[in-house]
Design a protein around this ligand. Structure first.
Ligand SMILES: Cc1cc2nc3c(=O)[nH]c(=O)nc-3n(C[C@H](O)[C@H](O)[C@H](O)COP(=O)(O)OP(=O)(O)OC[C@H]3O[C@@H](n4cnc5c(N)ncnc54)[C@H](O)[C@@H]3O)c2cc1C
Length: 321
């Protein structure tokens, strides 16, 4: 099966790219592990134009419906490799090989691992990367959150409303963030905070039962009984499978120009996975539209048809180190 444009990632950037691509008449396939990406992690998006307040699932599901209505096809799988052969791209997923004339990389960011003993064996059995998704599973139980920054604080505040008690373990010596968030955190009676502390290990049997933490200044270690550990260590671009194909920056983000072109002709990228400085739903959506229009022009040129913009080489302004 051959497509004009394959979009990798089915969230704000990828779904908007698919909508624009299919609407331009391109045979379009979205390959994605899920619908919604990071937006699924929040049930309160207040800054998407046109909505006072919307939860991530509802908003992104609407994006999917629109992309589908214009004819985009969907494959729920993970892309594991990408290579160029004779001006076409070959994408491998866990069990398929698919060909495309152009590719749009829209695979966003994923939560950073905890990198402690027990993490791998208890993934899905008490180790979680999504407080909103998994918090309700631990209703009336004690849980721990390990991480820093506002995402971690938001996770603690949310969890405190659904579980019995939250242990918040953070390397930070001082809790810094939006004043309102920090004061809400400090007002919560069922939250115990361990500052300047590290998570050493996670233990249990069939699921998490306890964690070991260390106070970094005194070196004192202690065990905490908990049914879950929520990782809130920030997000990283997992761009390994495109390393050596497109240029990346020092944070492993894909470098794009204002047309969402990467350093490789025919490969476009958009949203959080790129070096765009601000990471938001509306920004990823706009970026997705740009990437799709650029990909459309590229494919039209390759087909010898009229496109609305000039040749790839003339407009490719990606600057790489
Ligand atoms: C807790 C939290 C709260 C937030 N709140 C807001 C907010 O209120 N307002 C706002 O504007 N933004 C918010 N954001 C940021 C916003 O969610 C992101 O900027 C946006 O989701 C980025 O969209 P994206 O499409 O670029 O990438 P992502 O949302 O990261 O989606 C990437 C997609 O690619 C898929 N994927 C990844 N790798 C592969 C692969 N190899 N093969 C196939 N598919 C793959 C994923 O499954 C996913 O569907 C929040 C983020 C978080 C984490």
């Amino acid at each position: 099966m051959e497509y004009d444009i394959i979009v990798i990632g089915g969230a704000a950037a990828g779904l908007t790219a698919a909508l624009y691509s299919a609407r331009q008449g391109m045979k379009t396939l979205v390959i994605t592990k899920d619908i919604g990406g990071q937006a699924l992690l929040t049930n309160e998006i207040q800054n998407y134009p046109g909505y006072d307040l919307v939860d991530g699932f509802s908003l992104l599901n609407k994006f999917r419906e629109e992309a589908e209505a214009f004819g985009s096809e969907f494959l729920y799988d993970e892309v594991t490799s990408l290579k160029k052969e004779n001006d076409k791209f070959i994408l491998k997923t866990n069990d398929k090989e698919i060909i495309s004339r152009a590719v749009i990389l829209a695979f966003g960011k994923t939560p950073r691992d905890l990198n402690v003993p027990g993490e791998t064996s208890f993934k899905g059995h008490g180790v979680s990367y999504c407080a909103i998704c998994d918090g309700p599973l631990f209703r009336n139980r004690d849980v721990a959150v390990y991480g820093n920054g506002e995402h971690a604080i938001q996770a603690v505040i949310y969890l405190s409303s659904v579980v019995k008690k939250v242990y918040f373990i953070t390397r930070a010596k001082k809790i810094i963030g939006d004043d309102e968030l920090v004061s809400t955190l400090n007002s919560l009676k069922n939250v115990e905070i361990f500052k300047d502390s590290s998570l050493l290990s996670i233990s249990g049997d069939t699921s998490v039962k306890s964690i070991k933490i260390k106070d970094n200044s005194s070196g004192i270690e202690r065990d905490i009984n908990t049914g879950a550990v929520f990782a809130e260590m920030g997000y990283i671009a997992r761009t390994d499978f495109v390393k050596g194909i497109v240029k990346l920056n020092e944070s492993n983000e894909i470098i794009v120009d204002s047309y969402c072109k990467t350093s490789e002709e025919g490969i476009f990228a958009c949203g959080d996975v790129t070096n765009t400085p601000y990471k938001q739903v509306v920004i990823s959506a706009g970026h997705g539209a740009t990437a799709a229009l650029s990909a459309y022009n590229y494919v039209q040129n390759k087909k010898g048809k009229v496109a609305s913009k000039s040749d790839w080489k003339l407009v490719n302004t990606v600057k790489t180190k």
